[in-house]
Design a protein. Sequence first.
Length: 151
Amino acid sequence: MKHLKALVIKFLITSVVLYSFLTIFNTATLSEIFLISLLVTGLAYVIGDLLILPRFGNFVAALADFGLAFASIWALSAFFIDTASPLIIISATSAFFLAICEALFHAYMQNKILENDHERKDNTYVNTRLQAEFSEEENVDYIKKKNKHKD
């Protein structure tokens, strides 16, 4: 049930963004926008939110969602919508705004949807606890000078 709620939220976000740009720049009908939104939402949810987000984090998942949204909006718009306007610009703009919204949606996914999936937390590849390493140079002349001054 929680995945259905997340899918509905993601579908609404995708539909609003695509409706905004595809109706301004193109002559897309509501049924075409609905179908493109449905396909983009399903593909992005499975690949970006369920596979990439738990393993690599929010930033990588947002970048992957940008690329996935750009490619899928471009391909689906070229297939479904007969237009004279440049689809690359429309697809890139739509994908950019979707990626911004996806970054916020990923925070929701991590807090509400993926919090109880213990098997997903075991597969995390990103180590966020990094520590800088401090050391001195291993220079023989420097060590000899240092030891000479001690005597």
